[in-house]
Design a protein around this ligand. Structure first.
Ligand code: ATR
Length: 291
């Protein structure tokens, strides 16, 4: 029986076992997807033995997404650009790392995008890196990043530039189209930079259950702009509620989690799927949200 898992520390909060379990059952595949609580100091051993222990792959979550990179046989361009791995695929005993968070974010908002001229990204942590990669892939003309700690946003931008120079990779280059379309703005002017924006993305942890809400004045944001949050607990964050109240279209963050899992399941169970593609449906959403 094929085995995959999510590796994290802690990992009990992860919805991935439920998500992949749903598809295993739905597609009648005899497989197993477990949660593996692995301490940082035990990660190298676990990764080294994955293939011999019969794993066909794994997802990575906090705090392993970055540290796992040096433990793998190969990394694709997406993982290098985002600087984090959330998916390992084992093939012929070799471990390949990629990142499907940008894909998940893009797929989640794609049907709802109302324009691609200007996007504003709040936050500059790990999630912001995947979001910015996705916005470039989607072809946004202008991307403005703002973060409480401005240096972190500047560092994020710089690391994209460094990565472009060092990779010399054409496909990556065409994906990222240079960095002249990305700017950094002060956190204090986060309300003002919303003028003429087509998309507003929150990648900060503000608005998450137990954290303070994001404090932002939306009055400059066009009413047609799409507002999305990568936080999905609660599903309707204070930001999304604020946007909905003034008539903006919104997309919640759960879809990103569901969509990022599609390429993982498709890669591990390609043979068993036999041409079928794991789907993100309302049925899946309802199942994940059910207690
Ligand atoms: P992740 O990797 O999930 O994105 P992270 O690296 O901890 O998580 O980043 C969290 C983001 O939320 C950061 O952009 C952080 O801003 P700083 O870089 O200034 O820390 C942002 N954030 C967290 N608490 C915040 C607060 N009270 N006000 C503004 N931004 C906050």
């Amino acid at each position: 029986m094929k085995k995959a898992c999510v590796i994290g520390y802690p990992v009990s909060h992860s919805l991935s076992p439920k998500l992949h379990g749903f598809w295993l059952k739905k597609y009648g595949i005899e497989g197993e997807y477990s949660a593996q609580e692995i301490r940082p100091e035990a990660l190298a051993d676990f990764i080294k033995n994955m293939a011999v222990n019969g794993f066909c792959g794994a997802n990575l979550t906090i705090p392993h997404k970055e540290t796992v990179m040096k433990l793998l046989d190969e990394l694709d361009d997406t993982a290098k650009a985002i600087g984090a791995v959330n998916l390992i695929v084992v093939k012929d005993g070799k471990l390949s790392g990629t990142n499907t968070d940008a894909y998940g974010f893009a797929e989640n908002i794609k049907p709802h995008i109302t324009g691609k001229n200007k996007a504003v990204v709040l936050g500059a942590g790990g999630a912001a890196r995947a979001v910015i990669y996705a916005l470039n892939m989607l072809g946004f003309a202008e991307i403005i990043i703002t973060n409480r700690t401005k240096e972190r946003a500047e560092e994020l931008l710089l690391s994209y530039q460094r990565m472009l120079v060092s990779s010399g990779n054409n496909s990556l280059d065409s994906c990222l189209r240079g960095n002249d379309n990305i700017e950094v703005a002060d956190w204090q002017v986060r309300g003002e930079i919303l003028k003429n924006a087509d998309l507003l993305v929150n990648t900060t942890s503000l608005g998450m259950a137990g954290k303070e809400p994001l404090d932002i004045d939306l009055s400059e944001l066009p009413k047609t702009a799409l507002v999305t949050d990568i936080v999905y607990n609660p599903l309707i964050t204070p930001l999304l509620a604020q946007a909905q109240a003034r008539g903006n279209p919104t997309v919640d963050g759960l879809g990103m989690l569901l969509h990022q899992a599609v390429p993982a399941f498709a890669a591990w169970f390609a043979k068993e799927l036999n041409g079928r593609k794991p789907e993100v449906t309302q049925e899946l959403r309802d199942y994940i949200l059910a207690k």
